[in-house]
Design a protein around this ligand. Structure first.
Ligand code: 2HG
Ligand code: ZN
Length: 462
C-alpha cells in the first residue's frame, strides 16, 4: 500500500527527492516536543515551488495528508507527523532570492534558517529584527506559520509585522502571491495575514518577502537580581519609562541553576529568587545616566538587590546566555511547557493568581518560570521527575493546565503566546477563542482545504 502510493508520487513528480529510511522518518516526523512517536509515510524534499505544487496536486488527488515542515524546533507538536502523513520538508529551499534597496525588502525561500536571514540582511547593512534562541535551527517558513515572537518583540513586534509578501501553495496545489510586498493595499481580505500563524493548516509557505529595519542602535545588557516577584512589573515600568528597551526578559533562581549546570557563567556570588535580563539603546551620555537612574530607583525601592552591566560584547553574550540557554538546559527533563500571555496591564494580577495556583497544584514537581515579561508572555516549564512515566506526568500536568486555562480566560489572556496550538494546546483553544470565532476558523479551514489534507489534527480536530 505504502509502496504503491510512493510509486505513484514518484511517477507524478519524477525528480522529487524522497526519504523513507527509518532514521529519516524519525528525524523529520517529530519536533522538539518529543511527546509523539513519529510515523510519517515518507519525507518529500522539494527543490522548487513547482515541485511543492506538484506534490500537493498529487496529494489532493490521492487524499494524502501532508505535514509542512521547517526546522521542527516548535514546542507545540505543530510539525509532528505521527499518523502516516507525508512530511513536506522545505529544507532544500533555503536561499535568499532578491534584495530590493528601495523597498528595503529581502525575498527568501521558506526553508532558510532564521540566522541565515539575519546574516543576509546584515550584508545589506539592514536588520531582520525577529530573534530567538532557536535562530540557528528554525526556518523562516516555520516562523511565519507560527507568527514567531521571541526576545525582541517588545521593540519590533512579532513575525507578522515583517512580512511584506508571501507565496503560498494551497491544498489543491495552486500558488497564491499574497500582497506582493505592497506597503499600502486596501483591496479586500488580507490573506497574507491569515496565513501567518495558521500553523500549516491553510497553505504551505514557500517564499516570503521580508521587510528590513534600520540596524539596531548600540546597546548595553544589564542583569538585575530581584528580591520579589511583586517588584517585577515595577522594575519593568521604571526601565521602560527611562530607556529605549530592546528586550526585557525574566527568569527564576531555578532556571539559573539549570543554565549554570549547563556551563553558563555565574553572575553573582549570592543567589536571588528572580532575575531580569534587559537590553537597551545607549550611545549618548543621557541614556547611560538614565540606565543608572533606573537601576538606582529600583534599588532604593527595594525591588532590585544587585546588578551587572555588560562591558563588552562577550560579556553581553554571557549575560544573554543565562536567559537563552534555559530551554536547552531543561530539555533532558522532558518538560511540560506552558506559553501563556495576558495584557501587560493584567500581568501583576495574573502572576499573583497563577503563582498561588501552581504553588498548590505542583507540590511534587519542579516548576521553572521564565519569559518575555515585557510582552506579558510567561513560559512555565514543569520538569518530569526521572522515574515518572511520561504519560502519567502529562496527565497530571493537564489537570493543572485546565485551571490555568480558566485563569487565563478570566484575565482575557491566551493559552499560546508564541509557540502555537499544534497538538499540545488543542484542548484549551476555547479558553482563548469564543465558540463563534472557532466556528469561523473551521469554516475558513474548510474553504481553503476542503479535504482537510494540510497538517490535519493541528489547531483543532477535523
Ligand atoms: C524561549 O522564550 C522560547 O526561550 C522557549 O520560547 C520557551 O522552552 C520554553 O518553554
Ligand atoms: Zn519564548
Amino acid at each position: 500500500m505504502t509502496d504503491s502510493l510512493l510509486d505513484s508520487l514518484r511517477a507524478a513528480v519524477p525528480d522529487l527527492r524522497l526519504k523513507t529510511d527509518a532514521g529519516d522518518l524519525e528525524h523529520y516526523g517529530r519536533d522538539w516536543t518529543r511527546r509523539w512517536t513519529p510515523n510519517p509515510l515518507a519525507i518529500a524534499l522539494p527543490g522548487s515551488v513547482e515541485e511543492v505544487q506538484a506534490v500537493m496536486r498529487w496529494a489532493a488527488q490521492r487524499q494524502v495528508r501532508v505535514v509542512p515542515s521547517g526546522g521542527r524546533t516548535g514546542l507545540s507538536g505543530g510539525a509532528v507527523a505521527a499518523d502516516g502523513e507525508l512530511v513536506m520538508s522545505l529544507e532544500r529551499m533555503n536561499k535568499a532570492l532578491a534584495f530590493d534597496r528601495v523597498d528595503r525588502t529581502l525575498t527568501v525561500q521558506a526553508g532558510m534558517p532564521l540566522e541565515a536571514v539575519h546574516n543576509a540582511a546584515r550584508e545589506h547593512g539592514l536588520e531582520y529584527p525577529v530573534d530567538f534562541a532557536a535562530r540557528g535551527s528554525c526556518s523562516i517558513g516555520g516562523n511565519i506559520a507560527t507568527n514567531a515572537g521571541g526576545i525582541r518583540v517588545i521593540r519590533y513586534g512579532n513575525t507578522r509585522e515583517w512580512i511584506a509578501g508571501l507565496k503560498v501553495v494551497t491544498a489543491q496545489g495552486e500558488l497564491l502571491d499574497l500582497n506582493r510586498a505592497l506597503v499600502k493595499n486596501s483591496s479586500g481580505y488580507d490573506l497574507r495575514q491569515l496565513m501567518i500563524g495558521s500553523e500549516g493548516t491553510l497553505g504551505i509557505v514557500v517564499e516570503a518577502t521580508l521587510r528590513l529595519a534600520d540596524p539596531p542602535p548600540p546597546t548595553n545588557v544589564m542583569l538585575l537580581a530581584l528580591t520579589s516577584f511583586e517588584g517585577l512589573m515595577e522594575v519593568f515600568a521604571a526601565f521602560r519609562e527611562r530607556l529605549r528597551l530592546e528586550a526585557f526578559e525574566f527568569f527564576t533562581d531555578i532556571a539559573l541553576r539549570h543554565v549554570l549546570a549547563h556551563g553558563a557563567v555565574k553572575p553573582f556570588d549570592e543567589v536571588y529568587p528572580y532575575y531580569v535580563v534587559t537590553e537597551f539603546a545607549v550611545g549618548d551620555q543621557d541614556s547611560e545616566a538614565a540606565a543608572m537612574a533606573a537601576f538606582e530607583a529600583c534599588m532604593e525601592a527595594g525591588w532590585v538587590a544587585d546588578g551587572v552591566i555588560s562591558q563588552s560584547d562577550a560579556q553581553a553574550q554571557q549575560l544573554w546566555r543565562l536567559r537563552e540557554g534555559i530551554t536547552e538546559s531543561l530539555a533532558p527533563y522532558v518538560p511540560y511547557k506552558n506559553d501563556v500571555s495576558v495584557r501587560i496591564s493584567q500581568m501583576p494580577a495574573f502572576l499573583e493568581q497563577t503563582q498561588a495556583l501552581l504553588g498548590q497544584a505542583y507540590p511534587h514537581f519542579e516548576v521553572v518560570w521564565f519569559g518575555h515579561i515585557g510582552d506579558g508572555n510567561l513560559h512555565i516549564n514543569v520538569l518530569k521527575p526521572e522515574q515518572m512515566a511520561q504519560a502519567d506526568f502529562v496527565r497530571d500536568c493537564e489537570q493543572v493546565t485546565k485551571l490555568l486555562a480558566q485563569a487565563l480566560k478570566a484575565h482575557g489572556g491566551s493559552i499560546s503566546a508564541e509557540h502555537g496550538i499544534g497538538l499540545v494546546k488543542k484542548p484549551y483553544l476555547d479558553s482563548t477563542r469564543g465558540p463563534a470565532e472557532i466556528a469561523l476558523m473551521r469554516g475558513i479551514r474548510k474553504a481553503l482545504d476542503p479535504q482537510g489534507l494540510l497538517n490535519p489534527g493541528k489547531l483543532f480536530d477535523p
